[in-house]
Design a protein around this ligand. Structure first.
Ligand SMILES: C[S@@+](CC[C@H](N)C(=O)[O-])C[C@H]1O[C@@H](n2cnc3c(N)ncnc32)[C@H](O)[C@@H]1O
Length: 308
């Protein structure tokens, strides 16, 4: 078991705690908050990495990496690779030493650099323990990452970008030895899906044109569909990274037909499957949807604009 030289208070936890956000709302479908009693700071780091499901395939970047504990733990206990950035050269030196002690120097690196000037494009996981304002300033940069990139923040939210999961832990060494709560927020960067999507299906030997209009606020989506003379509201519409799913019932060829779509979004296309079930038709078919390029561009712009 490796250990770190410095208590966590080096990075101003007392100040951070004073501004702690409690009782965050949770995005639809997220688990109830969990609570572990009297954890230590190493357990908070491990819980952050567990919530993000960090594994050997991951490349983790810690923004404001302090003594390197998150990056080193991710490599040592979870098999990930990655790097940390921090403005403070003393923290960088400690991180390099901590990585060597833990035997993970070949898989991690630490750079003295401003996190806002750091290229995050290789990340599959971003971790941070910063401040509310810094989180908000970072938000557009995070939303620009590959859909599916996981983001974990210790103690601070992203305002109206609600977390996909949230946990709270009582930490015994917080604020010196007084103890206090730590909050863990988790998000998955959503694909940009707002706009008008079209596709065709052949049902009962008849070709049918579908048109869906999708609205999006971060990972929350809603919309409606038109098929022939029928229209319906999308039900159970979900977006997790680049994975989209929804269902609806609409009258097709004179009979109600239940549709369940799921697929993967890549730019202005979706590829997946649809399951249909009705009195006259049922089965699973390929689903290939396209979005008009213009709608795609404005969807991307709208999501970024809403995040600034
Ligand atoms: C609260 S500590 C978190 C350390 C570590 N990530 C952890 O969870 O234990 C925050 C760190 O962010 C660094 N920091 C703050 N603003 C930064 C910036 N703009 N660029 C790089 N590092 C920054 C500070 O020097 C400090 O070491």
């Amino acid at each position: 078991m490796f250990s770190f030289n410095l208590p966590n208070r080096f990075c101003g936890h007392a100040m951070l705690g004073a501004a702690m956000v409690l009782g965050a709302a949770i995005a639809a479908g997220a688990a109830e908050p969990d609570r572990a009693v009297r954890a230590d700071t190493a357990e908070v780091v491990e819980r952050m990495l567990e919530i993000a499901k960090v594994g050997p395939q991951d490349y983790l970047i810690d923004l404001g990496s302090g003594d390197g504990r998150i990056v080193v733990t991710a490599a040592k206990k979870f098999g990930a690779r990655g790097f940390g950035v921090d403005l403070n050269p003393v923290r960088i030196k400690e991180s390099v030493e901590n990585a060597a002690k833990a035997g993970v120097s070949d898989r991690v690196a630490f750079h003295q650099r401003n996190l806002f000037e750091t290229d995050l494009s290789d990340a599959t996981v971003i971790t941070m323990y910063l401040l509310p304002r810094v989180n908000l300033d970072l938000r557009p940069k995070l939303l620009d990452l590959k859909p599916g990139t996981r983001v974990v923040s210790h103690d601070f939210s992203m305002d109206d970008w609600k977390p996909d999961a949230f946990a709270e832990m009582e930490v015994k060494e917080k604020y010196g030895s007084a103890g206090g709560d730590s909050s863990i927020y988790f998000w998955i960067v959503p694909a940009r899906v707002a706009g008008s999507w079209q596709w065709r299906l052949t049902i009962g030997g008849k070709p049918l044109a579908y048109a869906v209009s999708l609205e999006q606020k971060f990972q929350m989506i809603s919309g409606s569909v038109r098929v022939g003379a029928s229209s319906a509201t999308l039900q159970d519409a979900r977006l997790q990274g680049d994975q989209i799913s929804f269902r609806f019932s609409a009258e097709v060829n004179g009979a109600p037909l239940e549709h369940r779509f799921s697929g993967r979004v890549t730019g202005n296309t979706i590829e997946g499957t649809v399951n249909i079930a009705g009195s006259r038709s049922q089965g699973q078919f390929e689903w290939n949807a396209t979005r008009s390029a213009k709608a795609g561009q404005s969807a991307a712009a709208a999501l970024v604009a809403s995040a600034r």
